[in-house]
Ligand binder design. Structure first.
Ligand code: AMP
Length: 641
């Protein structure tokens, strides 16, 4: 039987490569665009969501059109983020693995430019780039685009949102006039229309699905809660979905940190991803998420842009995005490659109007969902455990030796008793948490307790008596041990070790306490400190003025409960071993970053004056842009609510 990709005009080498990737039939976007693009004679505008198979839709025709005998750049693909750049490059390398002499290079900021220049010098036919670094390389006269025949602008709407318009103009001016331009965009705001008009000649336009219609595989739900109950609502949603693998979106970097910190502390396997992290930190976080060593990725819009992680079950909008269009990008992180997914909005009663707006824009109805009761959660968790036990793979070889002793231990109990006890072991834990769990659902118009943005924070801890608790944007992923952090604080804050209190080392950030009397000195000392080329930021923790637990009172792991919580404590779940989160098939138990803390104690090549001795950063390509520091950056051009 002829392969359907072959029928579209793709050659055997490439067909075999995509077969190896498990692509059996083309996705609708591939079916529609491959024949058009293969002609190679048209400009093209494709209105398509992410996750629809867009990369192969333009990548496969490109591979057919390029002359791989010539070692000159013939195709340039521009995309908004480093993550997407790496993804596209990786996809193209996979698609072209059977083509002799095919060379694809990824050009992006925040990585060693020398290596990228070396690859370019060796000869490449396809360049995949983020605009900032591309311009840098063009500025160094290190690339010759005179043979470029095709330019792809991927996620064009996002590149414009991120303010890359001028950079794109400059880059395109170095390519031949007669090249063909293919533009892909999830949405078609006026700015993208203008680009299409300016850069293209009578483009073929294809709309995959209805204009602006969200992915059909995604269901949209919203929960109405009082602002102060947001965090508790998030936890309840997570608890009610024991197998959840989700991206949780917050509006600001600080909120992502807040929420991640609280989730970690409450025993969930979570971490934050935002633009204040170094490239290395972001890579580590993403790697953990991709490998499913982390269950909840708390992210800003920009940082999560273009992430293609398969199997994301839920996208949770902890806050609605400022720009309506971001919702499509957010929800597109789930329901990828034909799988189904749920996009959840946790809103307050004043935001129902925004949901109606979203419904109009994506052309889909949202379901108003009710937060489960504590009892519902307990039941769900219990049966999830029962299910897991039923399906667990038994390592007969290892366990057999213990069976006689175990049987002996249980000899006075009936099978039913054993099952009851075993199930209770975990069930009781959840019962404890949820025994007095309040109903978190708020009615429309119920504004009690609304406190606006400040109130939506997960809440941050306060320092111990006489100490100020400070946040620092460095953590164990920067290979800091507690000892390292102590000397880092002392050296830069110009204080003695005795003035430093508790150090709470997290994955990508940490908290530390200093005596109130020296807090100002420490602030002063850290004003211009860099670490590995990155500005070190310290902030006063607890600025949001709230205690732990965000008032929701549903602490999952309460061992370390601090003032103001008012929640149900219970045992600390993370590290307790044998909890739902600790056991089963998860590689790391709750607490996320904690696992790493001990591991990296070797200490890196680091200069504790705060300045990096590692010069391989080469961030000249505009980390301001590509490093993700743009959260909220150029939003004014986007459509607001
Ligand atoms: P993209 O929109 O290009 O980011 O693709 C989304 C996901 O779908 C990626 O994980 C691709 O590997 C996968 N994919 C793309 N095309 C196909 C196909 N024809 N069959 C199965 N999976 C695909």
């Amino acid at each position: 039987m002829t392969n359907p990709f072959q029928l579209l005009g793709i050659s055997d080498d490439v067909v075999n490569a995509v077969k190896d990737l498990g692509f059996e039939t083309p996705t609708p976007i591939q079916e529609q665009s491959i024949p058009v693009l293969l002609e190679g004679t048209n400009d093209f505008v494709g209105l398509a969501q992410t996750g629809t198979g867009k990369t192969a839709a333009f990548g496969l025709p490109l591979l057919e059109l390029i002359d791989f005998k010539i070692n000159k750049p013939q195709a340039l693909i521009l995309c908004p983020t480093r993550e997407l750049c790496l993804q596209i490059t990786n996809d193209l390398k996979n698609f072209s693995k059977n083509i002799a002499n095919a060379h694809v290079v990824a050009v992006y900021g925040g990585a060693n430019i020398m290596q990228q220049l070396r690859e370019i010098r060796q000869g490449v036919q396809i360049v995949v780039a983020t605009p900032g670094r591309m311009l840098d390389i063009i500025g160094r006269k290190a690339i010759d685009f005179s043979s470029v025949k095709y330019v792809v602008l991927d996620e064009a709407d996002e590149m414009l949102n991120m303010g890359f318009q001028d950079d794109i103009n400059d880059i395109l001016s170095t390519t031949p006039d007669d090249k063909k331009t293919w533009l892909f965009s999830a949405t078609m705001p006026a700015e993208v229309r203008r680009i299409a008009k300016n850069y293209m000649d009578n483009p073929v336009e294809l709309t995959m699905g209805t204009k602006n219609t969200g992915n059909v595989n995604i269901e949209h739900e919203y929960y109405i809660v009082r602002a102060r109950d947001k965090y508790a609502a998030l936890k309840r949603i997570v608890d009610f979905n024991p197998e959840i693998f989700a991206v949780v979106f917050c509006k600001t970097k600080l909120d992502t940190q807040d929420v991640a910190e609280h989730l970690i502390k409450d025993g969930y396997n979570a971490d934050a991803l935002h633009g204040d992290l170094s490239q290395q930190q972001r890579d580590k976080v993403m790697q953990r998420f991709r490998e499913r060593n982390m269950q909840l990725l708390i992210a800003t819009d920009v940082a999560a842009r273009g992430i293609d992680v398969s199997g994301v079950t839920h996208v949770i909008n902890y806050s609605l995005p400022d720009e309506i269009e971001s919702y499509t990008h957010r929800s597109g992180r789930t329901g990828r490659a034909g799988k189904t997914g749920i996009s959840i909005c946790i809103i307050n009663s004043k935001e129902v109007g925004k949901i109606r707006q979203l419904e109009r824009i994506i052309g889909k109805q949202f379901t108003k969902a009710e937060l489960p009761t504590g009892f519902d959660v307990c039941e769900k968790q219990l049966f999830s455990l029962v299910h897991k036990v039923h399906n667990v793979e038994v390592n007969v070889e290892q366990i057999d030796q213990y069976i006689p002793r175990i049987m002996d231990e249980f000899k006075d109990l009936s099978k039913e008793d054993v099952i009851k006890r075993f199930a209770s072991l975990e069930f009781n834990r959840f019962l404890d948490y949820y025994s007095k769990a309040p109903d978190l659902n708020a009615a429309v118009g119920d504004d009690r307790g609304e406190r606006g943005e400040r109130g939506e924070r997960a809440g941050r801890g306060r320092g111990s008596e006489g100490y100020t608790r400070l946040f620092i944007n460095l953590g164990s992923v920067d290979e800091f041990t507690r000892g390292d952090m102590l000397s880092f604080i002392c050296n830069n804050g110009k204080i003695g070790g005795k003035s430093v209190g508790k150090i709470d080392l997290k994955g990508v950030f940490s908290f530390f306490e200093v005596e109130d009397a020296v807090a100002d000195t420490v602030f002063e000392g850290f004003k211009a400190v860099e670490f590995n080329g990155r500005q070190v930021r310290i902030e006063k923790s607890g600025d949001s003025g709230r205690g732990e637990g965000a008032g929701g009172g549903e602490r999952r792991g309460g061992g370390e409960r601090r003032s103001g919580g008012g929640g149900f404590g219970g045992e600390r779940r993370s590290g307790g071993g044998g909890g739902y989160r600790g056991g089963g098939d998860r590689k790391s138990s709750g607490g996320g970053s904690g696992r790493r803390e001990g591991g990296n104690s070797g200490g890196g090549f680091r200069d504790f004056s705060g300045r990096s001795r590692d010069d391989k950063g080469g961030n000249t390509g505009g980390p301001r842009r590509e490093g993700g520091n743009r959260e909220g950056g150029s939003g004014e051009r986007r459509k607001k609510w």
